[in-house]
Design a protein around this ligand. Structure first.
Ligand SMILES: Cc1ncc(COP(=O)(O)O)c(C=O)c1O
Length: 365
């Protein structure tokens, strides 16, 4: 527990920490939003009060990510997991093939869903050695007529992250950015479609952001159930049906916070400083802590490491929990430890974790 604010040192992988000021603002507005005498949850999604929130969230995301005008910004439901299916439903036409770069469990899931719907191929894989790296660009192979190439920009479970994005020319590049969207500046124009569940860097769970280039959208399959067509949501400003209004409101508060903090460049700088605290503790430990990811593939968002012995690792995690650190257990599929240091995780939490790691090593080395 953080002594000053009674807030937990929250390193959860998602849903994850939200900024204190965002929660306080939501609390202050809960019973009477904007003089309506209602919470945002109770507003009609067709009324002007909610509509202003909805449109402001889109506008802020456009501004913060410098999303070009020829892209649509959609707020959907069903999580990133539904995008694993919606992408191939809309864009993997018969006779075409879609390439997947395999960098972890989420890429595997995306690939498996697409394989149910059409022809897919592995364009490159980092599975050997348990997903410790990101394939080099030269390793990735796909035909110039591929329907699209799919990547997972940050691998939440293994703690690896693409450091630069490829230029795929005429082949549409699609990315699952669930766990690193808004964490660093990058050129949206390299992508035909980006999707991300909100519950790591954008707000609470329940909203999925899709950013899609209009000319790509025009190529989508039109013979799908209405709710599964991106075009339905684009045509209706993501209000074809009732949107997750409270989640979108929370996202708007979160985006206002990012802007007030200095925008994505300032957040990126702090993310690097936060991650460096923990990676430095790992690197200076003489093998007491061992990072999972190869250094050149390290994620700024999910820092994965192990201790040399299983017993010691258990002791570390137990003691960390007692000290007030939340969410440090690695994903059940890989074990070990994982500290997720998303945008809203305060620098002080990372400092406290670094101090704890150094003290634990001193006592137990
Ligand atoms: C990279 C990535 N993709 C997809 C998902 C699945 O997201 P959802 O639970 O929103 O379906 C997650 C969840 O942790 C993730 O980290």
């Amino acid at each position: 527990m953080n002594k000053n604010s009674k807030r937990a040192y929250n390193f959860n992988a998602g849903p994850a920490a939200l900024p204190l000021v965002v929660l306080e603002k939501a609390q202050a507005e809960l019973l009477d939003f904007n003089g309506t005498g209602m919470s945002v949850m109770e507003l009609s999604h067709r009324g002007k009060d909610y509509e202003a929130v909805h449109n402001r969230a889109i506008e802020l995301l456009r501004e913060l990510m410098a999303i070009p005008q020829d892209y649509e910004v959609l707020f959907l439901q069903g999580g990133a997991s539904l995008q694993f299916s919606m992408v191939p439903m809309n864009f993997l036409a018969a006779g075409k093939k879609a390439g997947y770069v395999m960098t972890g469990s989420w890429s595997e899931k995306a690939y498996a869903e697409a394989a149910k719907l059409g022809e897919v191929f592995v364009a490159a894989t980092a599975k050997e050695g348990n997903y410790r790296r990101i394939p080099a660009w030269e390793e990735i192979s796909y035909g110039a007529d591929s329907a699209y190439l799919h990547i997972t920009s940050n691998n939440t479970i293994f703690g690896t992250e693409w450091q630069a994005f490829p230029d795929t020319g005429a082949v549409p590049l699609v990315a699952d950015m669930s766990s690193d969207i808004l964490s660093k500046p990058f050129a949206v124009k390299k992508f035909a479609l980006i999707y991300a569940g909100a519950q790591k860097n954008l707000g609470p769970s329940g909203v999925t952001v899709v950013i899609i280039r209009r000319d790509f959208l025009e190529q989508a399959n039109k013979n799908l159930p209405t709710m599964l067509c991106y075009a339905t949501h684009a045509k209706n400003n993501s209000m074809y049906n009732t949107p997750p209004t409270f989640g979108i409101y929370m996202m708007k508060l979160m985006l206002e916070w990012v802007k007030a903090e200095g925008g994505v460049p300032a957040i990126y700088k702090r993310n690097r400083e936060k991650a460096a605290l923990i990676y430095d503790a790992i690197d200076a430990s003489n093998g007491f802590y061992v990072g999972h990811a190869q250094p050149e593939a390290r994620s700024l968002m999910n820092i994965t490491f192990r201790l040399a012995e299983e017993e010691l690792e258990k002791k570390f995690l137990d003691q960390a929990k007692k000290t007030g650190f939340v969410g440090l257990n690695g994903h059940r599929s890989v074990g070990g430890c994982r500290a997720s240091s998303y945008n809203a995780v305060p620098y002080e939490s990372c400092q406290a974790l670094r101090d704890f790691m150094l003290a634990f090593q001193k006592e137990n080395a």
